[in-house]
Structure formats: C-alpha cells, structure tokens
Design a protein around this ligand. Structure first.
Ligand SMILES: [Mg+2]
Length: 339
C-alpha cells in the first residue's frame, strides 16, 4: 500500500466517524432546538429558534427530550450487542424503554405511554421470566389489530442509530428498523417510515448524499412503494409547514424531508446543518420530533463538524450524556459492528 493510499483510507475513516457522530448529535441538537416550541405557535420564517429549554418537560436550555432519550436506549443496545435483531438485543432495548419510563421520561408520547404502561402491568402479572420485548411487541400488535391508531411518529424519532450498526447491510437494516418500530407501534406504516429514514441515514453516512431515502423504497414491501413514493413527492412539492399537524408518522417524515429539500445548502456552508434543522423547527407542531428526525439525517450527511460549537456545548440529557458522550457512543457502535 502506498503512503498516499494509507492517508486516503485514514481520511475516509475519519469522515465516516464524523458522519456517524453526526447522526446522534444531529438528532439530539435538533431535538433540543425544537423543545421550546413543541405544540406552541409556529415560528415565523425570520425567527431563529434557540435552545432555551422549557417546552413540555419543562427542559433546561440545551436539554434533549424523549426522542433522543429513546434513541439512546437503542444506541446503547447496539454498543452492547453484535446482532441487533437478536432476541437478546431487542430485550435489552425493551427493558431500557421500561427503565426510561420509570426513571427518565420527562415527557412521553401517547402511543408509547400506553404500550410501555401495559407492558409493565403484564410483566408484573406474568412474573420475572416473561420477555419484555415479546410482551411489548405483542401488545402493540394487538392494539393495531383492534383498530387503534398506532402510526404516531414515536418510533421514527428514535431509530436512526440502527443505521450505524448496518452500514454495509441495507437489508439487515430494514429488518432491524421494522423490529424496533414494532416494539411500540404495531402499524406497518410506522415501520415503513423507519425503514426509509434509516436507509437515508445509512447512505448519508456511507456516501455523503441524501439519495438513500428514495433508494430505500426498494426495501419496502412491494405494495407500499408507490404509496411512499407519492408521500415523498408531496414533501418535495410543498413547504414543511404544510405537513403540520405532524404527529402522524407520514406527516412527520414529510415535514422533515420537506425542511431538508426546501433548504438547499452548499457543501462548505457554515449553516449546512443549522439551516435545514431550523427549518424543521419552523414546520411547527411536534417541533422537537421533526427536528430530531431531520437532524439525524442532516447530521449523517454533514457530520459532527457541521454542528455549531454552541449547540455541542449546550446539548445534554438523560441518562447523563453530553456531546462528547454521544459522539463516543456512535464510535463504539461503529467499532462493534465493523463500520
Ligand atoms: Mg420530544
């Protein structure tokens, strides 16, 4: 190997690690940036959102919310397990969700609250030997089967870290995205949204492009592809505010994608992270979740180095992470999964 080739591969590796860290940091900073404005009046176009805290928590300035808290539960599982789809890995995540609900949940979505609460009660009744993941997914499936609305944005907001465990395996990533969505959201629409966004994040980390979202259509069940192609086209043809209210997972994905495609930025631009993520906050309604979803993808494309130092200094949250800890967690996932 020539010295030049060695330098090149080290540069590629550092770039990939920067983008991987950008997934968790991009989501966490988007979340914390959207927290103060969740379900409040939509910000005007000339207003710059700030990490001032408040919101539903209420949160400290820079503190991230349930979106990143739950993403951390998944990320720590990926750090600890080599097979994300294994029963052991899903069990760790399900147990982490339950612990988070007891100890860390500063706010919690209605669908997730119902499933986690029902799982706690079922486990208490069944005894210590019962599987939390199986109980949780079973309850979610029954809720969907009974006709309840189960396609909130609560699984999409947390699944981006899965991409870091499958950087060279899109089909494995799609399977993981489905399983981790189905833990709490029995509607296949939520799982499909997770498949698409995870593939977008994966390709953004690996290739530095946004092409993975459309490419991800091939990973969906054949009957869902045209429907989702239509949803993406709608997002590309209307501003992000058009998709509020965005508690429904399709609307949340559309709002995040619309914010990205309607905020073109140059590769070297200092606002390549902030401009699209601030646009996601201005979409209104579930601002922290839309900005967390958008932030994961924007951070994946442009990396940790695109996130302003002021955001990195401020961002923090349960169970005690700050920016360096989140970046370190992303790095550990890469090393565990050969990324
Ligand atoms: Mg939240």
């Amino acid at each position: 190997m020539t010295p030049r080739a060695t330098d090149r591969s080290r540069d590629d590796r550092e770039e990939r690690e920067d983008r991987a860290a950008g997934v968790l940091l991009g989501a966490a900073c988007g979340d914390a940036l959207g927290v103060p404005y969740e379900f409040a009046a939509r910000l005007p176009e000339d207003r710059v959102p700030e990490m001032v805290g408040g919101g539903l928590g209420p949160y400290a300035p820079g503190e991230y919310s349930d979106d990143t808290q739950m993403a951390v539960c998944i990320a720590e599982t990926l750090r600890d397990h080599g097979e994300p789809c294994s029963d052991l890995a899903l069990e760790q995540t399900a147990r982490a969700f339950l612990r988070w609900r007891r100890e860390g949940a500063s706010d919690i979505g209605a669908q997730t609250a119902q499933v986690l609460g029902g799982t706690e009660r079922a486990l208490a009744a069944e005894g210590a030997g019962a599987g939390a993941a199986e109980t949780m997914a079973g309850l979610s499936a029954r809720m969907f089967g009974s006709g309840q609305r189960c396609a909130g944005n609560g699984s999409l907001m947390r699944t981006a870290p899965l991409a870091l465990a499958h950087l060279d395996d899109p089909r494995g990533l799609a399977e993981s995205a489905r399983l981790y969505s189905l833990l709490t959201h029995g509607d296949p629409l939520a799982a499909q949204a997770c498949v698409l966004w995870c593939e977008a994040v994966r390709q953004a980390v690996v290739h530095g492009t946004y092409e993975g979202l459309h490419a991800g259509l091939d990973l969906l069940e054949s009957g869902a592809r045209d429907t989702w192609a239509g949803h993406l086209a709608e997002a590309e043809n209307a501003p992000p505010g058009s998709f509020a209210p965005n508690g429904f997972v399709v609307r949340a994905l559309q709002a995040a994608w619309s914010a990205i495609v309607h905020t073109p930025v140059e590769a070297g631009s200092p606002d390549r992270y902030t401009a699209p993520v601030q646009a996601a906050v201005r979409a209104g309604d579930d601002t922290d979740t839309v900005a967390a979803i958008a932030g994961a993808l924007v951070g994946a494309r442009w990396g940790r180095s695109s996130v302003p130092q002021g955001y990195l200094d401020a961002v923090h949250g349960w169970p005690g992470y700050r920016a360096d800890g989140l970046a370190g967690l992303a790095g550990e996932i890469l090393r565990r999964h050969g990324g």
